[in-house]
Design a protein around this ligand. Sequence first.
Ligand code: 3EB
Length: 360
Amino acid sequence: MRAPAGLHLDYVSPAEYQAAEWGDVLGVATFSGTRDRVGATVAEIPVAEVSTPVLPGTGHVFEVWRCNRPATSGQRQRVRFRRTADMLFGCIAVSEAQLAAAAAGPDRARCSRAGHAAGHGALHEATSQAYREICAAVDAENYPHLLRVWNYLPDINRDADGTERYRQFNSARQHALRESGRSLAGNVPAASALGAASNSPLVVYFLASRSAPCFVENPRQLSAYHYPRQYGVHSPVFSRATLWRAPDGLALFISGTASIVGHRSLHVGDTAAQTRETLTNIEALLAEANRAARGAHFRLGALALKVYVRRPADLPVIEAELAAALGESARVIYLQADICRQDLLVEIEATGMCPLDAAA
Ligand code: 3EB
């Protein structure tokens, strides 16, 4: 982003990434539906490799987080990270197949106690391990505030052991956050949770900070951590958005947002109407954020958007709605991904930066 916010987000092709030779990269997430690794990053940069196809076609997208200041890299257990004095980007991948193999091997007793014996599936165990290691890493490095978390789960809507896998994920996420002493409502990070290719690992990447952010809810929606039990025994733990004062700017992280009003999915089967409702939800969050940070002027057309499309054939309809709402200069990428409710056809996450002098 061009605003001097100290934190930058760019969506670029691998070729653009290589040509740019940025010296201040904090972390990268790569998106691709193919198995071939996109490589081409410096070894010390943490890279979250997500298996979700880019639309249209089969290209690769790099989501690049830059910080405009010195950074150093490290690793704790499986969490790879890179940090400045103020913030940390981290990522972890946990393979369910490897957990299953470990459970069958000499470590069997330990793994059974941790997961399978309690009637939980491999995704529950993978999620527990990922969140335990993430919380331990940010606490040990002293960046205790999770600002923003991205979760990519293979086969998110599939039933396993009698429970939808997204619900297993929610149970394990909630449990691990509680065990680490964190809040389960209110003071919780913004997030996205999407499907990924079968047999790919659970991939989680995140931003964390030394200073506390401000959490923003959407007056049109029930907070996700208060969803009724019909959506799962354990509610999803995320805020609708977080607002964080970066060293020289204000950053707004808008969670994955869909056509939900109250707690219900609206416009079932109507992709265009779901897209419009989603944009109305994002506008409501922008208004809340601009009110919470006096002097801030976040606006839809200046956000970077990541749009998740369940059915690739819906892409033209969604693109047309976004073009009408955003104009041409918008920075948007489209990915094919399953969304956590079967009746949702589109979900949009967004990131905005605003210079600090404008946000007195
Ligand atoms: C929703 O509003 C749509 O479980 O972390 C959006 C963003 C959604 C994050 C999560 C789920 C999550 O409930 C789904």
